[in-house]
Design a binder for this molecule. Structure first.
Ligand SMILES: Cc1ncc(COP(=O)(O)O)c(C=O)c1O
Length: 394
């Protein structure tokens, strides 16, 4: 039968992680698989409070159509927050509020890439983004991710191979899935290389504020004197993913087109959700809230690492993450990560096997990813103990 589908969705299928997520939301397994914030880290009562105030005091703005650029007071607060906490200047830049980081990334694909164009990503990388790029018919060239960031010699090889690269997509802080952080040296060199090549950088930073240890490293956007960095942020991991509020900050010269691209997608991001984030920042302060959740996650990470050392220490290795939501564990050579994953599910624990994040999904991976924010402390201890039992059977 002749396919009715367009080429752009031909290779699209529900990503493995989402299928695994389904199994865990059906209550079948301890969830080490999703990138969800912990239930206790989402400020439910405060959100209910501010939502009630908004609907009582300002129902028309909350429930009416809004501007594509976003709710002006929220844009102002995000701009201030970026300047104060990340030394990112809004000068010569413009901020667009989006439906999560996902939409900001999709808008960049839509605005900068024709079908067949090349984008470079770290390999492995965030599956959601890889699927977005696939849906635009983009050719993704993966460059090996190392403990201190992308292998830049291999990046140069890719630059030499392709005359035009639309952008380089990176997650410099507490990368998904590895939890690794790009060093300052590599950030500086990456920036210089992209500038020399005439390539944009898409910097995806949903985890940067979730640091539990070590020194903050400057974002690429904070070094961006030439306006080549498209900076993506999100409130999903900081306040609530259910509100679907993120943003894109990029050079003024790109923003008219990107804003028009959003307008044809969804006109604007739900006003009530933007107003909830805005009022939350106003009434409770985002920095104070981030401090609180960093305390929760610091403890959970320590429990995860202690349990991994106790039950899996003889078999796996990992680089201790200084923030974010993931630990990326390397299996012994003789164990296939998909087989390990399947045995985990059978025993009642869902991790994600490394190849689910590979640019080429047929690639072999020796890794599995654990999310430590979403399970409870008890689930972390019990789940990792079970993984130890599974491992011994191998
Ligand atoms: C690196 C990265 N970028 C973007 C997203 C999506 O974020 P949002 O919920 O804001 O769309 C995620 C979610 O896990 C992520 O890990």
């Amino acid at each position: 039968m002749v396919s009715k589908f367009a080429n752009r969705v031909k290779n699209l299928a529900p990503a493995a992680v989402y299928e695994i997520l389904k199994a865990t939301t059906e209550g079948k397994a301890i969830p080490f698989s999703a990138g969800n914030p912990g239930f206790e880290a989402i400020p439910h009562e405060k959100i209910a409070n501010v939502a009630a105030k908004i609907l009582a005091e300002n129902p028309n703005t909350a429930l009416q159509y809004g501007m594509t650029e976003g709710f002006a007071p929220l844009r102002g607060k995000i701009t201030e927050f970026l300047q104060k906490n990340l030394n990112i200047s809004a000068e010569k830049n413009r901020l667009l509020v989006t439906h999560g980081a996902t939409q900001a990334i999709e808008l960049c694909a839509k605005a900068f890439c024709n079908e067949g164009d090349v984008v470079i990503t770290e390999n492995p990388s965030f599956v959601g983004t890889l699927a977005t790029f696939s849906s635009y018919g983009i050719n993704v060239a993966g460059v090996e991710m190392e403990h201190d960031g992308m292998n830049l010699d291999k990046l140069q090889e890719e630059f030499d191979k392709h005359e035009k690269v639309s952008f380089v997509y990176v997650i410099p802080d507490f990368h998904n899935p590895t939890g690794w952080t790009t060093s300052l040296e590599k950030r500086k060199r990456l920036y210089e290389m992209c500038l020399a090549k005439g390539t944009l950088i898409l910097e995806d930073d949903p985890y940067g504020m979730l640091r539990y240890d070590g020194e903050k490293i400057p974002t690429l956007k904070s070094m961006d004197t030439e306006g080549i960095v498209l900076y993506v942020g999100s409130f999903s991991k900081l306040i609530s993913p259910g509100l679907r509020v993120g943003f894109l900050l990029a050079n003024d010269i790109y923003m008219d087109k990107i804003t028009a691209a959003k307008q044809v997608s969804d006109v604007y991001t739900a006003m009530i959700n933007q107003m909830i984030i805005n009022r939350f920042m106003e009434d409770y302060g985002l920095e104070a809230h981030i401090n609180e959740i960093c305390g929760i996650y610091r403890e959970k990470l320590q429990v995860a690492l202690d349990s991994l050392d106790e039950h899996l220490g003889d078999y796996i290795s990992y680089v201790k993450p200084e923030g974010g939501l993931y630990v990326y564990c390397k299996l012994p050579e003789h164990i296939d990560s998909i087989e390990f994953f399947k045995a985990g599910i059978e025993a009642g624990v869902a991790v994600v096997y490394g190849s689910a994040f590979s640019v080429d999904p047929d690639e072999k991976s020796q890794y599995f990813r654990i999310n430590f924010s979403s399970p409870s402390i008890e689930q972390l201890k019990r789940g990792i103990e079970i993984l130890g039992e599974v491992m011994r059977k191998f």
